[in-house]
Design a protein around this ligand. Structure first.
Ligand SMILES: [Zn+2]
Length: 255
């Protein structure tokens, strides 16, 4: 058993009993760490102080590898990210990111993922209202990519031919990539044009396009892709809290 001091992001807290809560952290040095904190509903526990979800700072855990629940000695948030909780859509996006991370990480460090979550949450908090959806998508797709589930976009996944920059393709959901006009589409595939493919490529790299087009299609692609490839048929439940006007805003001229 040893005390480990590490940067940590509190991803979720939920009640465990009348007098305690489970806190789930993603940490730089230890990966996912779950602890029981005394303090119950009021959250005013020793060392944890009722910090809110998505806050980040240094934490000290008494850590034993063979244990599922570790002991938290101290958590001192320096970035509370209160701005996320003031806005339903930002909170929905942050919660969707937490869902993906909690389903696919364990007590194993992943520095790239830690940095992606930390910077993605900062950008989501700071984004102007018209960029919130693009930041939600960028955060989620970066996590998908960093965890190794990113779809193949550069070449036809049936025959391997590189796709032309102007080519209309098919997003093959089950195969997890794009098929070109060279090959027949499979059942359940959806059309994806060059512009959407380019935007998806940017989102996977954590870059939120300021001119996001086809917003509904982007949300549905993320929801269906993660359901099929990462959540065993479950859906990212937080996405349903995205405000409806986010999905319709900026979808081209209306006549
Ligand atoms: Zn092909």
């Amino acid at each position: 058993m040893s005390a480990v001091k590490t940067e940590a992001i509190l991803l979720r807290t939920h009640p465990y009993s009348e007098s305690s809560r489970i806190l789930r952290f993603f940490t730089l040095e230890l990966g996912l760490v779950s602890v029981i904190a005394k303090g119950g509903q009021r959250g005013a526990s020793r060392g944890y102080g009722g910090a809110g979800a998505f806050s980040e700072g240094m934490a000290v855990f008494v850590f034993r590898e063979t244990r599922d629940l570790q002991t938290l000695r101290e958590f001192a948030p320096v970035n509370s990210r209160f701005g996320l909780a003031r806005d339903v859509s930002r909170l929905a996006g942050a919660s969707a990111a937490a869902e993906l991370v909690l389903r696919h990480t364990w007590q194993e460090p992943n520095a790239g993922l830690y940095r992606a979550i930390s910077s993605g949450l900062d950008r989501l908090e700071a984004a102007p209202p018209e960029e919130v959806l693009a930041q939600v998508l960028a955060l989620a797709w970066t996590i998908v990519h960093t965890l190794g589930f990113g779809p193949e976009l550069a070449a036809c996944l049936c025959c391997g031919r590189p796709l032309d920059s102007e080519e209309m393709g098919w997003f093959e959901m089950q195969a997890g990539g794009v098929g070109g006009s060279c090959c027949p589409s499979w059942g359940g595939s959806r059309r994806i044009g060059p512009h959407a493919r380019e935007q998806l490529k940017r989102l996977l790299a954590g870059d939120a396009p300021s001119e996001l087009r086809g917003r509904r299609a982007h949300i549905s692609l993320l929801r269906d892709f993660t359901s099929y490839h990462m959540l065993g048929g479950d859906r990212l439940s937080s996405l349903r809290f995205l405000e409806p006007d986010l999905a319709s805003r900026g979808d081209g001229p209306r006549h």
